[in-house]
Design a binder for this molecule. Structure first.
Ligand code: NAD
Ligand code: ZN
Length: 342
């Protein structure tokens, strides 16, 4: 089968003769019809993530149809059958620790994810190690479902866990970076929180998108603006949370400095920025850095999309167009998510 493989850091190649995976035991093979391209894929190709082992098929936002199921599943009550439309939760924990037992496999100390440590979904077929990572989909197409596996659950869980408990009516939430994750976050905030949203991006098209998604305030990030002062003034110093979907030195500083009392900086973006901290802090601000989301969040965000409460914007590319899709993502030309259709 054809698959997009990173052979070594810096070398992404479409390989034609990768062996098709075969399921055994409880495993399932999904025929991929949609595979979202996350900004993290760029980091993996460039060799920036220590945890990644090469060579590797990348892609961790997968949707498609069940192609084959392992022999053990034929004799169980698991309600999955060949031909069913599904999305795939990407992270696999040990299955036994307290985090895995709570469905939070993303917090398991020995978690591994498709497209990071295990072969991923920018390919014709994907091997899925256990049936509880398979989520049937009904009312939405695979291209809308695939980005939920990372962009969707990450944005959703960050908001549910860190923003909603602080979102008193009239408070402000800042969203930095209106890309794959950011455009979903704005919609979730609109739906779930009675807050004013300040959206920030470098790119005009993303700012227009934020306006279309009804962000209350839209600010262009540029070096010659004092955005901290602007945000503090605009919000009367009442920003309860910043969702930073970039995570470089300047966005971390902007996100933290513009928080109000007991505000929280939620660092989702993985650009590797650092922030110097001097405590004690009279404002008692907090900083967290969540990594994707739980199995439960996957079900909840899928339901929101199935119920048309939020929409996942996407641009489609064939597997052969992967270089062009990566190029557009790097140059901030993708509105929403780039999705491959292997
Ligand atoms: P994306 O490329 O789709 O979106 C990034 C957005 O940020 C773009 O709209 C871009 O124009 C904007 N941007 C870039 N630099 C900016 C700046 N200095 N100021 C304001 N806006 C700026 O990326 P994505 O797929 O949405 O991912 C966002 C980040 O989150 C990436 O770093 C990715 O690796 C990371 N990520 C983390 C997790 C996690 O679990 N923590 C999960 C998925 C992605
Ligand atoms: Zn991702």
């Amino acid at each position: 089968m054809k698959a997009a493989r990173v052979l070594c850091p810096g070398l992404l190649k479409l390989v034609e003769d990768v062996p098709e995976p075969q399921p055994s035991g409880n495993e399932i093979v999904v025929k991929i019809t949609a595979s979202g391209i996350c900004h993290s894929d760029i980091d993996i190709v460039e060799g920036k993530l220590e945890r990644t082992k090469y060579p590797l098929t990348i892609g961790h936002e997968a949707a498609g149809v069940i192609y084959k199921i392992g022999e053990d599943l034929h004799h169980t009550q698991v309600p999955l059958s060949e031909g069913q439309k599904v999305a795939v939760y990407p992270t696999f924990g040990c299955g036994f620790c307290r985090f895995c037992l709570a469905g939070r496999e993303n917090l398991c100390a020995s978690a591994q994810a498709i497209g990071f440590e295990m072969d991923g979904s920018h390919a014709k077929y994907l091997l899925v190690k256990s049936p509880n990572h398979i989520f049937p989909i009904h009312n939405i197409d695979a291209q809308e479902a695939a980005p939920l596996s990372c962009a969707g659950i990450t944005a959703y869980e960050a908001i549910k866990e860190y923003v909603l408990p602080r979102a008193t009516p009239g408070a402000f939430v800042t969203v930095i970076g209106v890309g794959g994750l950011g455009h979903i976050a704005i919609q979730i905030l609109k739906k779930m929180a009675d807050v004013q949203i300040i959206a920030i991006d470098k790119d005009e098209k993303k700012l227009k998108l934020a306006e279309d998604l009804k962000a209350d305030h839209v600010l262009e990030s540029s070096n010659d603006r004092n955005l901290v002062e602007e945000i503090r003034k605009l919000s009367s110093d009442n920003v309860c949370a910043t969702l930073d979907f970039v995570g470089n030195d300047s966005t971390l500083q902007l996100g933290y400095e513009s928080l109000g009392i007991q505000g929280i900086l939620v660092v989702v973006g993985a650009m590797g920025g650092t922030l110097s901290y001097r405590g004690p802090d009279p404002k008692r601000r907090e900083i967290v850095g969540p990594i994707i989301g739980s199995l439960g969040s996957m079900r909840e965000i899928l339901d929101m999309v199935e119920n048309k409460e939020i929409a996942i914007l996407h641009q489609s590319f064939s597997l052969d167009q992967i270089d062009s899709a990566f190029d557009k993502l790097k140059h901030r030309e993708i509105i929403g998510r780039a999705v491959l259709t292997p």
